[in-house]
Ligand binder design. Structure first.
Ligand code: URA
Length: 240
């Protein structure tokens, strides 16, 4: 999702329906504050979350939203779907439609995968979590049809070649929890990645659940389908 930045003179011109010449005058008269700081530069860059005040009137004060959801199986990670309930449908009633319309999903899960899904309207925040350079780990609990053996561990660590995309998966961690259960940590999110990796061993995934994304852990008090806003410390935890 793109970050929408614009020049301050353009934003004020659009919001107040005045021409840029007049905006220049308004700025020169020191009547505008951006995020509490006097703004005089017409070319200053602002975005949809910049707090813009002119003559003590708030022109723009869009709020950021950060939500964690415990996604049940059978709910699709999409904003709209003809056949299945979506993660946005699960939030309806708790947030105004305008907020729901601006949310995007931070790292999708398959229809039959459950667990932690993050939603936000802050694309800078979500890019920090999803861009490959930051290598944010995602931790999954996996239940398998057949018994796990120690040779899986090296195969996950060494990476697997996926001919369709012509890539080798990044080093992943596999911890054998019990005969049929593993914990897998990935730092990327290829299409059906975990199912395909266990597919190499002809070992079908019976259940898949995401527990965490980076430092953000699914709140154990959230029942399937429930959600809550992230705390400020959770929102900022992604930076450290
Ligand atoms: N790997 C999968 O196969 N499915 C998911 O939903 C997430 C990771």
């Amino acid at each position: 999702m793109a970050i929408n930045t614009a020049r301050l003179d353009r934003l004020i011109s659009d919001l107040c329906q005045i021409n840029r010449k007049k905006v220049r005058l308004v700025l020169a008269q020191k009547r505008v504050y951006v995020d509490g700081v006097l703004a005089t530069d017409i070319a200053q860059l602002v975005d949809q979350f910049s707090h813009v005040v002119m003559d003590d009137e708030v022109l723009q004060a869009n709020q950021t939203h950060y939500i964690m959801l415990n996604k049940p199986i059978g709910v699709v990670c999409a904003t709209k779907d003809e056949k299945h309930k979506t993660v946005i449908d699960l939030l309806a009633g708790q947030y105004e439609q305008e907020i729901l319309d601006n949310l995007h999903i931070v790292g999708r899960l398959d229809l039959n995968t459950s667990g932690l899904v993050l939603l936000t309207n802050d694309s800078r925040w979500s890019e920090r979590l999803t861009s490959p350079e930051h290598k944010v780990s995602k931790c999954y609990r996996v239940t398998l049809e057949n018994v796990l053996t120690p040779d899986y561990i090296d195969a996950f660590t060494n990476g697997m070649y996926f001919p369709y995309e012509n890539i080798t998966t990044k080093s992943a961690t596999l911890l054998i929890v019990s005969q049929f259960e593993a914990q897998v940590t990935l730092t990327e999110g290829r299409y059906h990645q975990i199912k395909r990796m266990f597919g190499r061993f002809r070992n079908p995934v019976v259940a898949l659940h995401r527990d965490s994304i980076g430092r953000l852990h699914l709140d154990g008090s959230l029942k399937e389908g429930e959600s809550r806003a992230l705390s400020i410390s959770e929102v900022t935890s992604i930076n450290g």
